[in-house]
Design a protein around this ligand. Structure first.
Ligand SMILES: [Zn+2]
Length: 118
């Protein structure tokens, strides 16, 4: 995949990460404000963002955020867009629809078929 396209996917993934983090913020607000445990505002900001990410974000979002983070790492290490099962290229259309995917459509279908047979 060329660098320009990789940048597009990086932006897509970063947008998704932002959306997840703003969801996480909402969760934090819903869970009540115990940020007063950290009276120093700088301290509080740091603590709050760590805790938001590590502890408070809802499970589904945390899993997705991890996938997004892994996808961003794959962009950095050059393995993005390559199927982890067959080593083939994942189609751009598929990546656009699901930028965190690690399988090409053929392997995905095969995996789903296998699951059905079990
Ligand atoms: Zn594959």
């Amino acid at each position: 995949m060329d660098a320009e396209k990789l940048e597009q996917f990086r932006q897509l993934l970063q947008e998704e990460m932002k959306a997840l983090l703003s969801e996480a913020d909402k969760t934090v607000q819903e869970m009540g404000d115990d940020a007063s445990h950290f009276p120093d505002p700088t301290d509080r900001a740091t603590q709050e963002s760590d805790r938001t990410f590590e502890l408070r974000i809802r499970d589904r979002e945390r899993k997705l955020a991890n996938k997004v983070r892994e996808a961003l790492e794959r962009i950095d290490d050059g393995s993005y867009g390559i199927c982890e099962d067959c080593g083939g290229e994942i189609s751009e259309a598929r990546l656009k629809a699901r930028p965190v995917t690690t399988q090409c459509i053929d392997c995905k279908i095969e995996a789903e078929e296998k699951e059905k047979r079990l």
